[in-house]
Design a protein around this ligand. Structure first.
Ligand code: F3S
Length: 389
């Protein structure tokens, strides 16, 4: 891989051991994947924040690094709400480790907004055509597909390395060749809300790491695109998709080689195959809720009391922007949790079954939390929490 003189000098340790180690990761990745060179990134989103996932070894690795990130860098959800962790049933021990992880990132200049939807709170992190080094799979999917930026799905260490160096190897989804659609997915059904999560759950399993292009009856809203991409990234490993007339277009002349036809029957089967009303806990906000989603949840809960634990996960900055909505939701007995989510927090593990309205959470909860997952629309999830179904 070509390296500039400055990049060479970093490799040789002339700018310190931490930068040398960061560059070593980037060069190794670039050589494995055949990158020609490094490319400057506009921003970085770093996964590997929950202590549940990174453990003591990960914390030690981050704590040993010195220096500061050189591009705007933001964290993925942690294993707990950084302030209300006791209400989640998180142990003192876990909380102490989790705080150390966040402090270690903070010392390196990473912004402590622990969210998988950085694009909902900052508009200066990614624009069309920008190169990024983002980690969390739903954020990667949204950046590539809806924003039209370019990022691979980075691991925690390679994202942090990119943040310190300000560059990432130029391969994969940074290049047009990897951005060509592989499957045309024609959906002959009217879709809304969680149907997009169900659709993504189905399509990800089929196309795996392909690049689907959807032909839909109507244009999805941004929260629906967020749900679609998140689900495909979890049930498969889709990092880029297109929706005709709704997202940026694929490179010119690129035609998908395969076709899939789906309809209402297939979508409904996801709901039928994963019933959730017998769950003891309901969790919404995967990916993290937008303000519009919080408003919808507040409306559905208005004047009612939940009979089951109900978590609503969002970014702290979103919750801070709409304290009235948060108060309306919490008046029902639900908890609006920030900085964390139902998948990366160990707090989920003490339940037997969780009901969600997210195709991504449906795909991940059994494997990552060791509990059952049920799926329903947002309305059904709220009805379950209220004890009405
Ligand atoms: Fe975000 Fe957690 Fe879902 S990181 S996409 S809320 S699994």
């Amino acid at each position: 891989m070509y390296l500039s003189r400055e990049e060479e000098s970093i490799c040789q340790g002339e700018r310190g051991e931490s930068l040398r180690r960061a560059m070593e990761i980037l060069v190794a990745l670039g050589e494995i994947y055949g990158a020609e060179r490094l490319v400057a990134v506009r921003s970085v989103q770093i996964a590997g924040v929950s202590f549940k996932n990174i453990g003591e070894a990960g914390l030690e690795w981050i704590s040993d690094l010195r220096g500061r990130v050189v591009v705007p860098s933001i964290l993925n959800p942690a294993g707990m709400d950084l302030y209300r962790w006791k209400e989640m049933g998180i142990s003192e021990d876990f909380a102490a480790w989790q705080k150390k992880v966040v402090e270690a990132y903070e010392r390196l200049g990473v912004t402590v907004d622990c969210t998988c939807t950085p694009y909902q709170i900052y508009d200066n992190l990614a624009s069309r055509g920008d190169h990024l080094a983002w980690s969390e799979s739903s954020a990667v999917s949204y950046a590539n597909s809806v924003i039209g930026a370019r990022t691979n799905r980075e691991g925690g260490p390679s994202a942090l390395a990119a943040a310190l160096v300000g560059k990432t190897p130029l391969y994969g989804y940074h290049l047009d060749e990897k951005r060509r659609p592989t499957h045309l997915v024609a959906v002959d059904a009217d879709l809304k809300g969680s149907d997009y999560g169900a659709l993504g759950f189905l399509v990800g399993r089929i196309v795996k790491d392909g690049v689907p292009i959807f032909r839909l009856r109507s244009l999805p809203a941004s929260d629906e695109l967020k749900a679609l991409g998140a689900a495909m990234a979890a049930s498969g490993s889709v990092a880029l998709y297109y929706v005709e007339d709704a997202t940026p277009s694929p490179p010119a002349g690129a035609e998908p080689g395969e076709r899939l036809d789906l309809g209402r029957k297939e979508i409904d089967e996801v709901y039928e195959n994963y019933p959730g009303s017998d769950a003891e806990i309901v969790a919404l906000g995967c990916p993290h809720c937008s303000m519009a989603q919080l408003e919808r949840i507040a409306d559905l809960l208005e004047g009612r009391r939940v009979q089951k634990e109900l978590w609503v996960c969002t970014a702290r900055k979103i919750a801070e922007k709409c304290p009235d909505l948060v108060a309306r939701i919490e008046k029902s007995g639900a908890k609006v949790l920030c900085d964390t989510c139902m998948v990366v927090s160990p707090a989920s593990e003490r339940y037997r079954k969780m009901m969600v309205d997210s195709g991504k959470a449906l795909a991940y909860i059994p494997g990552l939390c060791g509990i059952e997952a049920g799926f329903g629309s947002t309305e059904e999830c709220i009805d379950a929490a209220l004890g009405r179904i």
